[in-house]
Design a protein around this ligand. Structure first.
Ligand code: NAD
Length: 499
């Protein structure tokens, strides 16, 4: 059985805990590797040597650090297929989707090439008589990134790019479900010229996360995952005086107005609801058609599209729309929630419960489901299902529709489909959600903007990537300087005739 370990001080280091977790091939249900889970002592040792390595890296000039990022971009492009294959085989997403996962992370590394510009401070000449004031952005030291299973390339890259380009050392604790890609990224960074020890990949579970939270050297924690863990980490990090940004789960609503292009809306819903088997924090999981006529027409357009979806293993190539979910436990949880929807009175219009794929009977595949007449008191509405299940909540008016999205506890992303600029503008202004699409179903901001949800989808005040990430991974120091009069007053600069 293949074993996966840690990346410490520039090489793969075998774990010593004797504790392992299984890494599955979700398409077949087989265990394909065992992942070593770090102890607290292993985590602490990785932090100690990261702290040593950070000293030289933090004082390397930003342009040289940016050149490492430049080379890293080349290497990511060179190894794109290899990375995507490893990603698909552990996560289960389709090959083109896995390449998208790498690509959206790579774009953040491209943004980080601008680190010298982003790290420039501010300067006020003559803030008082003879006084200048300037501020500089300095790295925090050792920081940590704790990442989820659903984007095993993109989210580690979101964390490591800005943190490293800003001069920090990073402890990355990736998801234990698909750990291979983060280790490949660490190797590529070494090839790009990152000094050993500046990026340490420590694999583990709650024990290593708690060790990160308790370690006094670690200055900041960037977390992405489910809401209960995000909140836990945010609270624990604050208690030990660390800076924290913790991004959580989602329940993204898409509002379909009566004047929307319904074919466009139906296509968008199918891609955003079922792509990556619904395992995206920006997936649309709630469709809110406004008016009975809109709802009936939308359902009529959705059903044949959903019934046509091709579910299969990533090895089947471009012919597959989505793959299996990540674990058997995830599959069982989705089926349990679907049953609760039926029991609580929702109408299951497309039933994927009996889905089975010949030759892959033990894989974690889940057929597509569509619910109609879902109401806000049902568990399928309140809970993040993280599977290929779309719920339709019929709204009587625009106000009712926007109210639903506003009152939901999550606030990651949302969208409105309409031809009316006034409705779209009002929606974008009033909605209490971090990322908004107007006729765009998954409004994931590009690398040079920032990504972050509101309410229970995000804890902390700065977003991921874009300029916010450089603010998060640096602290500002402001200097006020006055110089006593010096040589220019008392000195003698002219040739003088000899006395
Ligand atoms: P998860 O919360 O189970 O795991 C995330 C990380 O936390 C992993 O590294 C894991 O090892 C660690 N962890 C798990 N349980 C822990 C515990 N009890 N104590 C300490 N650490 C623990 O999340 P997941 O299942 O890997 O990812 C899916 C979730 O992530 C979904 O809720 C999804 O919406 C969310 N997500 C959010 C965003 C965003 O930007 N808001 C992006 C992607 C995914």
């Amino acid at each position: 059985m293949k074993e996966i370990h840690h990346w410490i001080d520039g090489k793969e280091v075998k774990g010593t805990s004797g504790r392992f977790s299984d890494v599955f091939n979700p398409a077949t249900g087989e265990v394909q590797a065992r992942l070593s889970l770090a102890t607290r002592a292993e985590l602490d040792a990785a932090v100690d040597s990261a702290a040593k390595a950070q000293v030289a890296w933090g004082s390397t000039n930003p342009q040289r650090r940016a050149r490492v990022m430049m080379k890293f971009v080349d290497l990511l492009n060179r190894d794109m297929d290899k990375l995507a294959e490893a990603l698909s085989s552990e996560h289960g997403k389709t090959f083109p989707d896995a390449k998208g996962d790498v690509q959206r992370g790579l774009e953040v590394i491209e943004f980080c090439i601008g680190a010298p510009h982003l790290l420039k401070g501010e300067y006020t000449d003559s803030a008082g008589t003879g006084i200048d004031m300037y501020s500089m952005r300095q790295p925090l030291g050792v920081v940590a990134g704790i990442t989820p299973f659903n984007f095993p390339a993109m989210i580690p890259l979101w964390k490591m790019g800005p943190a490293l380009a800003a001069g920090n050392a990073m402890i990355l604790k990736p998801s234990e479900r698909d750990p291979s890609v983060p280790l490949m990224l660490a190797r590529l960074l070494q090839e790009a010229g990152l000094p050993d020890g500046v990026l340490q990949v420590v694999n583990g579970d709650k024990e290593s996360v708690d060790a990160i939270l308790d370690n006094p050297v670690i200055q900041a924690v960037g977390f992405v995952g489910s809401t209960p863990i995000a909140q836990y980490i945010y609270e624990r990090a604050a208690a030990t005086g660390k800076r924290a940004q913790c991004f959580g789960g989602a329940k993204n609503h898409m509002i379909i107005m009566p004047d929307a292009d319904l074919d466009q809306a139906a296509d968008a819903l199918v891609g955003a609801g079922y792509g990556a088997a619904g395992e995206r924090c920006m997936a649309i999981s709630v469709a809110v058609p406004v008016g009975e006529k809109t709802a009936d027409a939308l359902i009529e357009k959705l059903v044949p599209r959903i019934e046509k979806l091709k579910v299969g293993p990533w090895t089947a190539g471009d012919d597959v729309d989505y793959g299996p979910v990540v674990t058997r436990a995830a599959k069982e949880n989705i089926h349990r929630l679907v049953q609760s929807g039926i029991d609580q009175g929702a109408e299951l219009v497309v039933d994927g419960r009996d889905f089975s794929l010949q030759g892959y009977e033990d894989g974690f595949f889940v057929g597509p489901h569509l619910f109609d007449r879902v109401t806000p008191d049902m568990d399928i509405y309140k809970t993040e299902i993280f599977g290929p299940v779309l719920s339709t909540v019929r709204a009587g008016s625009y106000e009712e529709a926007i109210g639903l999205a506003m009152h939901h506890e999550y606030g990651n992303g949302t969208a409105i489909f309409t031809r009316d600029g006034d409705a779209a503008r009002d929606f974008a202004n009033r909605i209490n959600i971090g990322m908004v699409g107007i006729n765009v179903p998954i409004p994931v901001p590009l690398a040079y903007h920032t990504f972050g949800g509101w309410k229970k989808s995000g804890f902390g005040d700065l977003n991921q990537h874009g300029p916010d990430a450089f603010r998060f991974y640096t602290r500002t120091k402001t200097v006020t300087a006055r110089w006593p009069s010096g040589i220019k007053e008392g000195g003698e600069f002219n040739f003088k005739a000899m006395d």
